[in-house]
Design a protein around this ligand. Structure first.
Ligand code: GRF
Length: 199
């Protein structure tokens, strides 16, 4: 199986995916930010990298079209968004339907969007966490594959909470990708996730 990973930043999830030594080939890591440190992580692992600065495109649609062309050059079976901080066009999402995964730092459907940790703290929730889901056109609302819960502690701030959530992200993302590689999860026609066997 061929996997393309899209990033925008430091690439700690990418690092966790690489460390898991999954039975698949990460054929490329692509960033919309040329200075993303995650690109160095990929290069150190001998993986092809490419950067396509979204700022050089007149529209989101044109940027996503160019991204599709680059990604498809690597003929991926799966596209993994790992801290890829771009809102995707419907065209992009539909193009990779059923083979596009994202990780989000909250227990969806709570706290879609940005600043999830601070919003959770402001609301006083006692449990927070992270979610891996299939990507659908509605932002951060695709069918859920796996979640991990993290308790919110009395003295937490956004940094301390995000650190503990990130630890769990690094566990559940490789797990979800492993399931996908093994054919154990599928996006069904009714928009639900078929979980065939998660042992
Ligand atoms: C993660 O918290 C991820 O859930 C969010 O952006 C962050 C990316 O971190 N979408 P990293 O680049 O994988 O370290």
């Amino acid at each position: 199986m061929r996997i393309v990973v899209l990033i925008s930043g430091r690439g700690s999830n990418l690092q966790a995916i690489l460390a898991a030594q999954l039975p698949a080939q990460i054929v490329a890591v692509i960033s919309n930010k040329p200075d993303a440190t995650g690109l160095q992580v990929a290069q150190a692992a001998g993986i092809a990298t490419q950067a396509l600065a979204h700022t050089t495109f007149a529209s989101r649609a044109e940027f996503d079209k160019a991204m599709i062309q680059i990604i498809d050059g690597y003929q991926p079976d799966l596209v993994v968004l790992a801290g890829y901080m771009r809102i995707l066009t419907d065209e992009f999402v539909n193009h990779y339907q059923g083979r596009l995964l994202n990780i989000h730092p909250s227990l969806l459907p709570s706290y879609a969007g940005l600043n999830t940790h601070q919003r959770a703290l402001d609301d006083g929730v006692k449990v927070h966490g992270c979610t891996v889901h299939f990507v659908t056109p509605t932002l951060d609302h695709g069918p859920i594959i796996i979640q991990a819960a993290v308790p919110v502690l009395n003295n937490d701030n956004a940094d301390s909470l995000s650190e503990r959530v990130l630890c769990m992200e690094h566990q559940i993302y490789p797990t979800a990708i492993h399931w996908f590689i093994g054919g154990r999860i599928q996006l069904a026609a009714d928009g639900k996730v078929n979980l065939l066997n998660n042992n």
